[in-house]
Design a protein around this ligand. Structure first.
Ligand code: 5MM
Length: 341
C-alpha cells in the first residue's frame, strides 16, 4: 500500500470548492428516479442520462472532484464509443465505484439491515483499479425507531465497513466509508445526534482494530438533522452547529476529508447546511458534499429523457454543482439560487 498516494487522492476528493457526484444508483434506485420523470429505465437511457452529466464541462471541471459509479456504468461506453470513465478522467475528476452489494435483513434484529458484498471483494477491486477507479464506496444503513438501532446492527455494519476499507487500501483504492443514519423517522435532531455519535465512534473503533490508515480514507456521514416527520425541524444554524460539534467529537484530524450525503434534504437545504458549517470557522478536515439526490433531482427533471433537453439538464446540473462548490467554501448565498438557468 502506498499511503502517500492514497492520501493525495483522498485530499483531492475534498479539495475546497469541489465535491463528489454520487451517481451510483443501483438498478432499483435509478428505476425509481426515472419513474418519477416518466422515463423507462433501459440500459440506453441510463447511459444517455449519465453521459449528459459527465459531459457537463463547466460542472465537471470546476466543481466536481470525483464521481461514484455503479458497476454497469464503469463498463459502459458513451454514444460515440468513448468509455464513460474516460469522460470523467478527461474532465479532471477522479472516477470511483460503489462496491457494496446492497443490504439484507439482519437476523435476530427485526427491521434492521446489514450491508453485504465482502465475498470476492478483493478480486473485484483489482478489476476496478485496472479499469481506472481510484476510490470506492460502501454504504451502511442505520434506521432510527423507538427500539432501534440495536448495538448489534451498529457493530456488524461497522465491522463490515472496516473490512471493506482495509481491502480497498490493500488494493490501492481510497475507501469512502459511509455509515448513513436515515432521516426518515419522526425523531428530533438530538436523537439523530446521539445515534450518529454511537455509529461514528463504533465505526472508528473498528477502523482502528482492522488497521485502516485514517490518512487514506474519506468519511461520508449524514448531518445531525431532524427526522423528516419530526414536527420540530431544526434551523440551518442548529444543524450546522450540532453537526460540526458531533464531527469534531468523533472524527480524528488524521482523516483528510468528510463528504456529506444529502439523505433526502431538499436541494437548497443541503447546500445551505454545508455553507453554514463553513461559516463556523476553521476545521481539522476538508468538508464537502457527496450528494446524489441533491445534485441530480434538478437535472433529472430538466432532462426528462428527451435529447432536446440535454443542454437544459446540463445547465441544471452545473447550477447545483456550482452552488454546492461555493457552499464548500462558505461562499454561497440564497440570492444566487434565483439566478438559476
Ligand atoms: C446515489 O445514491 C446512492 C446509491 O443508492 P442505492 O445503492 O440505494 O441505489 C447512495 O448510496 C448515495 O451515494 C448516498 O446515499 C448519498 O445519496 P444522497 O441522495 O443521500 O445524497
Amino acid at each position: 500500500m502506498n499511503l502517500t498516494e492514497l492520501n493525495r487522492i483522498a485530499t483531492a476528493m475534498v479539495a475546497p470548492g469541489k465535491g463528489i457526484l454520487a451517481a451510483d444508483e443501483s438498478s432499483g434506485t435509478i428505476k425509481k428516479r426515472f419513474d418519477a420523470i416518466g422515463v423507462e429505465s433501459t440500459e440506453e437511457n441510463r447511459r444517455d442520462y449519465r453521459e449528459m452529466l459527465f459531459r457537463s464541462k463547466d460542472a465537471m471541471s470546476q466543481y466536481i472532484s470525483g464521481v461514484i459509479l455503479y458497476d454497469e456504468t464503469i463498463w459502459q461506453n458513451a454514444k460515440d464509443g468513448t468509455p464513460l470513465i474516460k469522460l470523467i478522467e478527461q474532465s479532471g475528476a477522479i472516477p470511483g465505484i460503489k462496491v457494496d452489494e446492497g443490504t439484507q435483513g439482519l437476523p435476530m434484529c427485526p427491521g434492521e439491515l446489514v450491508t453485504v458484498g465482502l465475498d470476492k471483494l478483493a478480486e473485484r477491486l483489482k478489476k476496478y483499479y485496472e479499469r481506472g477507479a481510484r476510490f470506492a464506496k460502501w454504504r451502511a444503513v442505520i434506521d432510527i425507531g423507538s427500539d432501534i438501532p440495536s448495538m448489534t446492527a451498529i457493530s456488524v455494519n461497522a465491522h463490515a465497513l472496516a473490512r471493506y476499507a482495509a481491502l480497498c487500501q490493500a488494493a490501492q483504492i481510497v475507501p469512502i466509508v459511509e455509515p448513513e443514519v436515515l432521516m426518515d423517522g419522526d425523531h428530533d435532531i438530538d436523537r439523530c445526534y446521539e445515534v450518529t455519535q454511537r455509529v461514528l465512534n463504533t465505526t472508528f473503533q473498528e477502523l482502528r482494530v482492522q488497521r485502516v490508515a485514517l490518512e487514506g480514507m474519506v468519511l461520508k456521514p449524514n448531518m445531525a438533522i431532524s427526522g423528516k416527520k419530526c414536527p420540530k425541524q431544526a434551523s440551518v444554524e442548529e444543524v450546522a452547529e450540532k453537526t460540526i460539534r458531533l464531527l469534531k467529537a468523533c472524527v480524528p484530524a488524521a482523516v483528510p476529508g468528510i463528504a456529506f450525503l444529502s439523505g433526502g434534504q431538499s436541494d437548497e437545504q443541503a447546500t445551505a447546511h454545508l455553507n453554514a458549517m463553513h461559516k463556523l470557522g476553521s476545521l481539522p478536515w476538508g468538508l464537502t458534499f457527496s450528494y446524489g439526490r441533491a445534485l441530480q433531482a434538478a437535472p433529472q427533471k430538466a432532462w426528462s429523457g428527451r435529447p432536446e433537453n440535454v443542454a437544459a439538464g446540463q445547465r441544471a446540473f452545473s447550477h447545483r454543482a456550482r452552488m454546492n462548490g461555493l457552499a464548500s467554501k462558505g461562499e454561497w448565498q440564497s440570492s444566487l439560487e434565483q439566478k438559476a438557468a
